[in-house]
Design a protein around this ligand. Structure first.
Ligand SMILES: Cc1cc2nc3c(=O)[nH]c(=O)nc-3n(C[C@H](O)[C@H](O)[C@H](O)COP(=O)(O)OP(=O)(O)OC[C@H]3O[C@@H](n4cnc5c(N)ncnc54)[C@H](O)[C@@H]3O)c2cc1C
Length: 436
């Protein structure tokens, strides 16, 4: 029998697992459908510098990521920088995210400011999340903070991330955001500092790929896996280029993708569960601009008329000199693929977005746009419903030797690079412990 291990997916989870297994002397092959590694942390060139297709930063609580960066001798490249957060509400920009900004935030009347402040503080101080697993975020906020707080702050945020499924999201997801952000803020003692890797997070991906090559890992880029079948005492992986046998396979892509390539061997209930787990897709339009649109790094759009949910002006956080002096703005939108914007052509998306940028900054005009890039990810943000552990996909699948480690298993935290690293570490350890 072959003792080789196949890993499907060269996102961070797959790369980290491959690195650990190869470091432990195992023979590993990585299959990736795209020509390059990185998955959701893929990068492109903006103003002569590498930049993530989807905006990225890390928190001080992202200790697994930082530990890996240090191990790969990249620790010194992570800068912890202040960032400014805002919210667009009632046709104007407001500072947001600090006690002083809350006091000045007019869309919330005083009584609601107190309810917002109190409920946020409560979440911040509550380490045990179990009580938040059985209630939706919407119901919890309506009960503990009221309609006004929901409609003005949290509701728009939930809709921006989860679209039509916003009302289904469990409170534990929001708890994770508030609680971990609170821990991240308090660790620096200097207010909020967010981490960014000089030269982009793609650097860590590049170093991992180089280490894998050095360790003799077979990297099969641009080689999507089409089918995984149990045969005898091993698994056959059919990819674009042919079929190969492995002792074990670690699958790191979406549950729906696992169901597509191996589903016919799964019991009906398991298969139905995999396909029923919803996730939003992400559409990011990245603008390279000659001028700055807003003074904020992170701007939540709390206006249901807007066709996008967030504006992330990267160069209000990272110096624009790195991008040839250009201002870099991400326009963020999460949605389900039945949204017409998902299948719209780039120019159509742009013609929908442009007038709304003018609402945020009336001076904005087309002459500011030096370059425009459109990026899409079909599997971007798992929806976490109530009682999620009962449906969360397990590491072991019903097919012996086939394992699954993906974003849908990040719980109770929200998905992120840190948890992809943790997941890759754990998956490799479990395979080694199981005799791989
Ligand atoms: C808009 C957006 C913003 C984000 N912001 C942040 C942030 O600020 N900070 C942060 O830490 N994280 C952020 N994240 C999350 C972070 O990028 C992810 O959590 C992490 O990269 C997930 O890694 P992964 O390996 O688990 O999954 P993925 O990156 O999705 O990797 C899965 C890989 O599997 C491949 N694949 C799929 N099917 C097949 C197949 N059949 N055959 C072969 N290969 C296949 C895919 O091409 C992909 O490369 C953001 C994500 C998005 C979408």
């Amino acid at each position: 029998m072959s003792t080789d291990i196949a890993i499907v997916g060269a996102g961070l989870t797959g790369l980290v697992a491959a690195y650990r297994l190869a470091s432990a002397g195992r023979k590993v092959t990585v299959f990736e459908r795209y020509p390059e590694a990185g998955g959701l942390v893929a990068c492109f060139d903006a103003g002569g510098e590498r930049l993530e297709c989807f905006y990225h930063h890390i928190f001080t609580t992202d200790t697994d990521y930082v530990a890996l960066a240090e191990e790969l001798e990249l620790g010194h490249t992570v800068d912890w920088l202040p960032s400014r957060m805002g919210i667009y509400s009632r046709n104007r920009l407001w500072d947001f995210g600090t006690p002083v900004s809350l006091l000045r935030f007019k869309p919330l009347p005083w009584v609601d400011k107190i309810r917002f402040g109190w409920s946020t503080l409560f979440l911040n101080r509550t380490a045990d999340y179990h009580e938040f697993e059985t209630v939706t975020a919407r119901d919890w906020i309506l009960t503990h903070a009221g309609h006004k707080v929901y409609d003005t702050v949290w509701g728009p945020l939930l809709h921006q991330k989860f679209a039509e499924k916003a009302d289904d999201v469990a409170m534990v997801w929001l708890w994770g955001k508030v609680y971990l952000r609170g821990r991240s803020r308090s660790t620096t003692g200097m207010g909020e500092r967010l981490g960014y890797m000089r030269g982009s997070f793609g650097r860590l991906v590049e170093v991992l790929v180089a280490r894998l090559r050095d360790a003799g890992v077979q990297l099969e880029f641009a080689n999507p896996v089409k089918r995984i079948t149990r045969t005898g005492d091993g698994l056959e992986v059919q990819s674009r280029t042919g079929a190969e046998r492995f002792a074990r396979v670690l699958f790191t892509a979406a549950p729906q993708e696992l169901s597509r390539v191996a589903g016919e061997q799964f019991p009906g209930e398991y298969q139905a569960n995999l396909t029923a787990l919803p996730a939003t897709a992400a559409l990011c339009v990245v603008l390279e601009l000659s001028r700055s649109l807003t003074p904020y790094y992170w701007l939540n759009i709390a206006d249901p008329e807007f066709p996008f949910g967030g504006l992330i002006e990267h160069t209000n956080y990272i110096p624009r000199e790195r991008y040839g002096g250009r201002f870099v703005l991400y326009i963020s939108k999460y949605m389900f693929p039945d949204n017409p914007l998902w299948s719209a052509r780039d120019n159509e998306v742009w013609s929908v977005y442009r007038p709304f940028l003018q609402r945020v900054n009336p001076k904005f005009d087309d002459s500011w746009v030096l370059a425009r890039h459109h990026f899409k990810a079909a599997y971007a943000q798992p929806v976490i419903p109530r009682n999620y552990p009962s449906v969360m996909p397990r590491f072991e699948t019903p097919v012996p030797g086939l394992y699954h480690a993906c974003m849908a298993q990040i719980y109770p935290e929200d998905r992120g690079q840190n948890y992809a690293v943790r997941s890759g570490n754990r998956a490799a350890q479990a395979l080694l412990d199981g005799g791989a």
